[in-house]
Design a binder for this molecule. Structure first.
Ligand code: ATP
Length: 653
């Protein structure tokens, strides 16, 4: 009849993995440790994307962690109050049942009187029905509230993750982030909602049962409570070790998810390069770490359980010993002693639960630390404060880099320095240079994934930081090096360029992108589901879908980052015509190694180690005989060859 602490309720725990380790991940230094302009830049202590085993995030106490997440219960607190009321009523009903049981043993059973049976029996039944009703209501509400909390927390973390800058994802393994959004979110729920309800339940049950115990036999009750602090001491002794084991479990869980996810994502490399054994060894290594952490966790809780059993036995023996002495002194009957011993069966579980709850909270702290590492990471850019933003206007598309300097968070050197150029509406500016020169970084600043550390990036004369981020990204379309594809239908993949676009607009965009014919030839046409690894479409076809999406978006500024990378000559040629249509009438910043595209550019910028070393038209730069001429020569086999390379030339329509 007792309302269980919902953390231990199988209904609540159904989707959890009891005993399953959850990871405590790494690794993001606290925002406060970092330079102001790069609020969550990690120390430059490792290669991007390389995970360290040891977590370096902030360590919290259970109380600090609880305080951080408690505000998320806002909106559900009235339900929490109702659940706690049910818990208290259930504890009262339980206490009443215990007293009625004692009444029955004292009167009906000891006196052998059936007439003394009916009244307490009827009362007991009524109390049982009341307890069952509030138990049902309380537990159902508790599950509902707990799940709402999980929903809300996950949505909050997910929304935050989506605002984080590219380097955050380069430094956290995807699998580990997945684990944080699933396992760790649930661990926090156990700390906050289930934790509160469980504590209220255990505290009130302990108080009520203690009052009942003193009412039954104060001397035996005293003997019981003298030893009760042993439970608390045991829990305290274990809490430090349990937090550390829980951390290891969470790290191991995140690592396993990461390895599986990375291996499956790289299955072609694995198979083509016979890396099966290496991948198995990698998984085996993480699995063994997981097993070690898991066994250590299980051993720890088993040890705690057994210790508590021994303490309980000690308490029962103390009570029986005292009872035996009382009986020998004729101050007590065997019936009374047995009734009290039976009562201990009720009293100890809530006392034991209190200790257990402390451990659950401590273990959940490891999950809290991991989630706070995400929540405390600040986006690299944010919208201007309300009222300070420049009001949206009809963008013409003049892009201006004005003495721009930039260093990646945690980077040891400037990636861009003193970069200045202007692209006017309808112009094509091609940015080229050696690998690592900083070309893609220009596209990241122009789409405001980062703000420059020095200088300004402007659109129609307005600094990008002064306009709402959504407005900027509506007006500047990025076609990145890697074709971005949603796990959805082809229609949705194109329509996401402009949500709410009509069917005929989607088809027109696909036609302009030279994608309609191959889409229409698919059995399910525009309803064909695709994903980034789809085998149904070639790289060039996926690129044309991305172009159709950009067509539909119809932004005045276009940023093309290596638009023909990864495509063979034929596929690249097929992409060029749609690209030309897309670029027509827009300001285009094209980042490319491919200098076959250069003759059509109004201006070519050559970047070297983050600096613009040459600017001019293709012919001017060739005539200059400098860095551009060398790049061009190396692509075309001869420094002297200055003639046009027409294979991918944009040329007239
Ligand atoms: N998140 C990051 N953190 C630190 N350094 C970075 C990060 N991203 C890029 N860099 C560094 O910035 C420099 C410029 O990178 P960028 O991607 O802009 O070069 P790129 O010219 O586009 O190269 P490629 O042609 O090979 O794509 C490189 O040295 C790179 O290692």
């Amino acid at each position: 009849m007792q309302l269980r602490a919902i953390g231990s309720d199988p209904a609540v725990a159904r989707h959890r993995r009891p005993g399953r380790p959850r990871p405590y991940g790494r690794h993001q230094p606290k925002a406060t440790q970092l330079p102001e302009e790069y609020p969550y830049a990690p120390a430059a202590d490792g290669e991007p994307g390389v995970e360290e085993d040891e977590p370096t995030g902030p360590r919290l106490t259970a109380r600090q962690a609880f305080r951080r997440f408690w505000p998320l219960t806002r909106g559900d607190r009235r339900w929490l109050v109702l659940i706690c009321a049910c818990v208290i009523v259930a504890a009262l009903a339980e206490t009443a049942a215990i007293l009625l049981f004692s009444d029955l043993t004292d009167n009906a059973l000891r006196q052998g009187s059936l007439s003394a049976f009916w009244t307490p029996a009827a009362q007991w039944l009524a109390v049982a029905v009341l307890g069952a009703a509030v138990g049902y209501i309380g537990n159902s509400l508790a599950v509902w509230t707990a799940e709402r909390f999980v929903l809300r927390l996950r949505a909050r973390v997910f929304a935050h993750v989506q605002e984080l800058p590219p380097h955050f994802f380069q430094r956290h393994r995807q699998g580990d982030l997945v684990e944080r959004l699933t396992g760790d979110v649930e661990a926090i729920e156990q700390m906050v909602v289930s934790g509160v309800v469980g504590t209220v339940s255990a505290v009130f049950s302990t108080v009520f049962f203690s009052i009942a115990a003193f009412r039954l036999r104060w001397d035996l009750a005293l003997a019981t409570f003298v030893l009760a602090p042993l439970f608390w001491l045991a829990a305290r002794r274990f809490s430090g070790r349990i937090t550390s084991v829980a951390r290891d479990e969470r790290v191991a869980d995140g690592a396993i998810t990461s390895v599986v996810e990375e291996s499956l994502g790289n299955i072609v490399l694995t198979q083509a390069y016979n890396r099966k054994d290496a991948e198995e060894r990698r998984l085996g290594r993480e699995a063994r770490a997981w097993m070690r952490a898991s066994v250590a966790g299980a051993r720890m809780s088993e040890l705690y359980e057994q210790l508590v059993e021994v303490i309980e036995t000690l308490c029962v023996l103390a009570v029986i010993g005292l009872g035996a002495w009382e009986i020998s002194q004729d101050r007590m009957t065997i019936g009374q002693l047995l009734a009290f011993a039976a009562f201990l069966g009720y009293l100890y579980p809530p006392i034991r639960n209190l200790g257990q709850l402390g451990l659950t909270l401590t273990a959940a702290t490891a999950g809290a630390e991991r989630l706070l590492e995400i929540l405390d990471a600040e986006p690299a850019v944010s919208d201007p404060p309300p009222g300070a933003a420049v009001a949206p206007w009809r963008v013409h598309g003049t892009v201006e880099f004005d003495r721009v300097g930039f260093r990646y968070p945690g980077g040891d050197r400037r990636t861009l320095a003193e970069v200045s150029f202007t692209a006017r509406p309808g112009e094509l500016v091609l940015i080229t240079g050696a690998s690592g020169a900083g070309k893609s970084t220009v596209s990241k600043l122009l789409t405001r994934f980062y703000d420059p550390a020095e200088g300004y990036v402007r659109l129609d004369g307005v600094p990008l930081y002064a306009m709402p981020l959504g407005f900027l990204r509506e007006n500047v379309t990025l076609l990145p090096q890697k074709t971005l594809i949603l796990h959805d239908t082809i229609r949705e993949n194109i329509a996401c360029g402009r949500p709410g676009a009509a069917e005929h607009e989607i088809v027109r965009a696909a036609r302009d992108a030279a994608a309609h014919d191959f889409i229409a030839a698919l059995p399910e046409g525009y309803d064909t589901r695709i994903d980034p690894h789809t085998a149904r479409l070639s790289g060039g076809q996926l690129q044309r879908i991305a172009i159709a999406r950009a067509m539909l978006r119809d932004a005045p500024v276009l940023v093309l980052d290596e638009p023909t990378t990864g495509l063979d000559a034929l596929a690249a040629r097929r992409v060029v015509r749609p690209l030309r249509r897309l670029m027509s009438g827009r300001t285009t910043i094209m980042i490319s190694h491919d200098l076959n595209l250069a003759p059509d550019a109004d201006r070519v910028l050559v970047l070297d180690h983050g600096r613009v070393v040459e600017t001019g038209t293709h012919h001017e730069l060739l005539a200059l005989g400098g860095a551009y001429a060398r790049l061009h020569g190396s692509q075309n086999g001869s420094l002297a060859d200055t003639g046009p390379q027409p294979t991918l030339r944009l040329g007239p329509l």
